[in-house]
Design a protein around this ligand. Structure first.
Ligand SMILES: O=C1O[C@H](COP(=O)(O)O)[C@@H](O)[C@H](O)[C@H]1O
Length: 846
């Protein structure tokens, strides 16, 4: 029997025997021994002498007891509550049976008394045995109590408190050393500082740790554990690393990437190592593409400040997704356990990442992000460009990977939560993941959630993968069928260790494989820093957040390109419904019930102003989708005036509702003024809408009011030109949708009372004098023939000042000469009045 196998047996037996022995012991005796190395030594010797089991002991272990002090700075924060204390508890349970004793010190800024109470409460609340196998509830209570007893609070605020922290650590260490001395065995102590604090505090904190808390002995066992972010770009990462290097040796620094500690991520290298045939096809000749994805359903409300500064690329892609990608793309080390070689091989791939260009990056932002920032951080302005979604096309210029597209994608507030690495092998047939793969081979490392629901490894039936005996459980046929994974074999781990428990255990054992070394970090920032710098002010595409987000953000890619798939809308048969709050819905339906549903013989939609705008946006979107589905294109014309202005602003917040590349925007009318005049209709359209949407220039059609000689000079024939342009681009000159308003004098478009333009019967566009008494003397406008040809006309009326004119025209509806709006009568199309309550009733209903 090999030595390692024997020591393994020893650990297992020792562990279980210790506990059954402890259970039998009287609790008051237990308290005395509890948590002391001496106690374990005693048991070990007892077991050895009485030959209960075969004993093969590592001589170093028998010579020395080990006392580890773990100091958590940021002990009452979110990460500590959610994961770290539980991780320490699991470490305590696992390691205390192996000649190790512990002290835990939680540090935070609260004063000593309230901090102690707070920490006690956290420990009682969060520490549990739920995910630890083979611990009975009774034993759990004992272990929990022991753990809490070993945990102390220390207020840490200012330099002098580091000195007293050091005193405290030394008191505990001396006590442990004394006990070891008592039984005549060696003693080693080490201390782990875990920093769970904002990054701006890293440098001061680590400097103070070095200055006040570094043990004087040459063998110090000191470790500094850091959570990301490790910089915002190359320069800040380099600065931070250089500063740390002044006080800590590289091997003392543990930069955490908890994704590397996810149980399935930890299986990527073993799977590659154990499947030689897989390794033979893991290259450009056989791999078609690799996708590394982390989608979440949560928003960022609880960490707005951090998130607004960092965004999804820095938060997820630079670290977690890059690290996962490296696991798949690095060369395997010649010796699977050579950690140094693993690290070097990862750096080597990073060095081959091809620099990004702006076209390689797609960005998105969920709809409410801007308002969350405004409310949460009291920041004004609408220029929050921080992406909450990104998809990046990454290329690796190495012999192994040249020509293979890699996509890293992540988003907040997406349809579902799922993180995975998907390797798709080359095949000529098309298939979707999880659905129709018949020939194509795929290997998926599913880290969490998704259709498999639990962390799993999935592979298509035609790609045999061998997994380590005894570690995995294969999904049953019915499980596979239930989860709709019929083309796959799926395996989950029999024992899933929480990622933070693994992180903590690795730090304890000084296993730095899953941590980010300085060279590695800087190489990664070298790539991502450059990528972020080419982005400039790229606008993220807005998406609704929640269900339907991925439909809006769907994209396609190959080795050369990545682009949003704007066809999504035209392919979809779904109606667009903006999400109204329950309050809105109640109000709309309540108010709708009180009002007539027609106005001047046409459909009437009325609601409070906000709901009405929302409704018009929905109707517009549905009309656009319908037109694009049927004819591939949608022509819309907007008038000037106050109503359209608010409509433009609303449309700008939901650009994802419209396939803008297939939409053409026309003007109903224009004022003959210079292009930067505040009443120049196109200027307002541009300022409020066009600059926020991704629409081709060739789809935008301002009226040619300024051509060759002067603004609206009839000799320049601008109106004729616009008419020709409409004839050329719009089939039968039938606009799909026109948004009109009504002036207080009853005019619509630039068709004013008593003017000749009202009588125009053939021309589509004319120059016409301005309203009587107006400072703007001339305008260009669509005529009734152009307007009445349209498929849909919306007359949009807002505000109580419009009430009077609506009242008058409803009693004098056929006098178009006097009330030009009444000349709007679609030849074949439909007309809908969108009138808010203020305009309809002269006052608000609420
Ligand atoms: O580091 C981070 O990871 C979490 C996602 O981690 P998970 O283990 O819950 O999947 C992410 O929400 C967060 O934005 C990021 O900073």
């Amino acid at each position: 029997m090999s030595k390692s196998l024997l020591s393994f047996q020893l650990e297992v037996l020792f562990w279980s025997d210790t506990h059954s022995y402890m259970k039998k012991m009287n609790r008051s005796h237990m308290d005395f021994f509890n948590g002391h190395c001496f106690f374990h030594m005693f048991l070990l010797l007892l077991l050895t002498i009485t030959s209960i089991m075969p004993v093969v002991i590592n001589p170093k272990e028998i010579e020395s007891c080990r006392h580890t002090t773990i100091i958590l700075i940021g002990a009452t924060g979110d990460l500590a509550r959610k994961y770290l204390w539980q991780g320490f508890f699991e470490l305590f349970i696992k390691e205390q049976a192996r000649l190790t004793t512990f002290t835990f010190i939680g540090c935070a800024r609260s004063d000593q008394d309230s901090g102690e109470i707070k920490l006690q409460k956290i420990l009682l609340d969060v520490v549990s045995c739920d995910d630890i196998s083979n611990i009975s509830p009774g034993n759990c209570q004992i272990l929990k109590k022991d753990f809490i007893k070993l945990t102390h609070y220390h207020m840490l605020k200012g330099e002098e408190m580091y000195a007293s922290l050091n005193d405290k650590i030394e008191v505990f260490q001396r006590k442990a050393a004394k006990q070891a001395e008592g039984v005549g065995i060696g003693f080693i102590s080490d201390r782990i500082f875990y920093l769970s604090i904002p990054p701006f505090a890293y440098l001061d904190t680590s400097r103070n740790i070095h200055k006040f808390c570094r043990p004087s002995t040459p063998y110090s066992g000191l470790r500094l554990v850091l959570e990301k972010p490790f910089g915002k770009d190359y320069a800040s990462a380099k600065f931070m690393s250089d500063e740390l290097a002044k006080h800590f040796r590289e091997e003392e620094i543990y930069r955490v990437d908890h994704y590397l500690a996810k149980p399935i991520a930890m299986q990527v290298l073993p799977v590659r190592t154990n499947n030689v045939h897989l390794e033979m096809v893991l290259n450009r000749n056989h791999v078609e593409k690799v996708e590394v994805v982390l989608t979440e359903t949560s928003d960022v409300k609880d960490r707005l400040e951090y998130y607004d500064e960092y965004g999804v690329i820095r938060d997820i892609l630079q670290n977690h997704l890059t690290e996962l990608l490296l696991l798949v793309t690095m060369d395997l080390p010649k010796n699977a356990t050579n950690k140094e070689e693993i690290e070097q091989n990862k750096i080597r791939v990073l060095q081959k990442f091809q620099a990004l260009s702006p076209g390689d990056i797609l960005l998105g932002q969920y709809q409410n992000y801007g308002s969350e920032i405004q409310e949460g951080l009291q920041k004004s302005g609408s220029t929050h460009l921080t992406p909450t979604f990104a998809a990046v096309l990454l290329r690796i210029n190495s012999k192994r990977w040249q020509g293979v597209p890699f996509v890293l994608m992540s988003g907040k507030k997406m349809d579902e939560r799922h993180s995975y690495i998907r390797i798709v092998f080359k095949d000529r047939s098309f298939c979707l993941p999880y659905h129709t793969c018949k020939n194509r081979s795929e290997l998926i490392f599913s880290l969490s959630h998704g259709p498999a629901k639990i962390p799993s490894i999935l592979h298509t039936l035609n790609l045999p993968i061998y997994l380590q005996e005894g570690m995995f459980h294969e999904f049953s046929e019915s499980d596979i069928a239930n989860k709709n994974l019929t083309q796959y074999r799926a395996f989950s781990l029999i024992q899933n260790t929480n990622a933070y428990a693994s992180v903590i255990s690795s730090v304890f054992h000084r296993d730095r494989t899953g941590f980010i070394g300085t060279d590695h970090l800087l190489q990664s920032w070298n790539y991502w820093g450059q990528g972020l710098s080419v982005l400039g002010d790229n606008l993220p595409k807005l998406y609704p957040g929640g269900k339907g987000s991925f439909r809006n953000l769907s994209f396609q890619y190959d080795f050369k390109h990545i682009d949003f798939n704007d066809q999504t809308f035209s392919k979809s048969n779904q109606r667009v419904d903006l999400i109204l709050s329950d309050e809105d819905i109640n109000m709309v339906s309540h108010n709708m019930a009180q009002i007539p549903d027609t106005f001047l013989g046409n459909t009437l939609v009325s609601a409070s102003t906000d709901s009405l705008i929302q409704r018009l946006v929905e109707d517009l979107a549905n009309s656009a989708l319908d037109a694009i589905r049927k004819r591939g294109i949608f022509h819309i014309a907007f008038s000037g005036g106050a109503g359209p202005l608010v409509l433009f602003s609303k449309l700008a917040t939901v650009p994802y509702l419209f396939p803008w590349k297939q939409i053409h925007i026309w003007m109903v009318d224009e004022r003959c003024v210079s292009s930067n005049h505040t009443e120049y209709n196109f200027h307002n359209l541009d300022e409020r809408l066009l600059r926020f949407i991704d629409i081709p220039m060739s789809n935008i059609h301002p009226m040619p009011t300024y051509l060759f000689t002067d603004i609206c000079n009839p000799d320049d024939l601008g109106s004729k030109l616009y008419e020709n342009h409409m004839q050329k681009l719009i089939s039968n000159q039938r606009l799909d949708f026109i948004v009109l308003g009504v002036g207080m004098d009853g005019h619509t478009a630039s068709l004013f009372r008593g003017q000749n333009s009202l009588k125009e019967r053939t021309r589509l566009v004319v120059l016409t004098p301005g309203r009587e008494g107006d400072s703007i003397k001339q305008r260009m406008t669509l005529t009734f023939p152009a307007i009445n040809k349209a498929r849909e006309i919306a007359v949009f009326v807002l505000g109580s000042h419009k009430h009077e004119v609506l009242k008058v025209i409803s009693n004098d509806e056929t006098n178009a000469d006097k009330w030009p709006i009444t000349g709007v009568n679609p030849d074949q199309g439909t007309m809908t009045w969108y009138i808010d309550h203020d305009a309809l009733f002269g006052k608000s209903l609420s």
